[in-house]
Design a protein around this ligand. Structure first.
Ligand SMILES: [Zn+2]
Ligand SMILES: [Zn+2]
Length: 237
């Protein structure tokens, strides 16, 4: 690690901006300053629980207000729109694995600013069919890269036990039904009394991470936090 840092200092690695393709000097975020300023950062007044943008007074959005959620808090650096939505789709469907590193750099910044404390990271697993088609799990790529940046281990404690199909067209209730009992914890001992950070690519309705949190808490997890690359805004819809 130390030697790599010295080598990187003497011969800075070359990066190209993931948005405009311009060469950028020694910038692991993978985005030039011009493009960075136009990225859809998730900022402003956010729901204290799910990080949705707040449009009315109070600390919680309509979805979270007065409700007990299975996960403790969800955070995200970006809104799922524009260039970020395009990058996530490329990471997911077009084999653009190199996008995991820049995205996870921004995820690491959001995580470090959140002051959330965790014992380990775990990715949301893909169903076997999807894994076979794609050959990789985008959430695992994000989790692995994130883990290296923040120096917190990844433990694959979740397993998908039910094929759930695509959820794109489903609302929260339908997704919840579709995902019921879709996950299980493979090693309960690793989870007991631990604070876990579940990593996924996009937070849409929260149904997937809620189901993950449910099994983790059943296995004795002390806290379950969620970190995604982007968050789908529902407040304005
Ligand atoms: Zn650029
Ligand atoms: Zn909320």
């Amino acid at each position: 690690m130390f030697i790599k840092r010295i080598i990187d200092f003497i011969f800075p690695p070359n990066y190209t901006c993931i948005c405009c393709g311009r060469d950028i000097f020694n910038n692991p975020y993978g985005v030039c300053e011009g493009c960075k300023s136009s990225l859809p950062f998730l900022t402003g007044r956010l729901c204290q629980h799910c990080s949705d943008i707040l449009i009315s007074d109070g600390d919680y959005c309509k979805r979270c207000k007065g409700k007990t959620q299975l996960y403790d808090k969800a955070i995200s650096p970006f809104i799922y729109t524009d260039a970020i939505a395009k990058h996530i789709q490329n990471l997911k469907y077009n084999n653009a694995k190199y996008l995991a590193e820049p995205l996870s750099r921004f995820m690491a910044d959001t995580f470090c600013n959140s002051k959330i404390s965790i014992n380990f990271v775990t990715p949301v697993p893909l169903c076997t069919k999807r894994m076979k088609e794609r050959g990789y799990n985008q959430s695992s790529l994000l989790a692995d890269s994130f883990s290296k940046i923040v120096n917190i281990p990844v433990l694959d404690v979740l397993e998908r036990v039910k094929e759930t199909g695509t959820q794109t067209e489903l609302n929260f209730i339908e997704r919840q039904k579709n995902l019921k009992d879709a996950f299980r914890v493979v090693n309960k001992k690793l989870v007991k009394d631990k604070s876990v950070l579940v990593i996924d690519d996009v937070f849409t309705t929260g149904a997937t991470v809620s189901e993950c949190a449910k099994v983790l808490k059943k296995s004795g997890a002390k806290a379950v936090y969620v970190l995604t690359a982007a968050h789908t805004i529902i407040a304005k819809k």
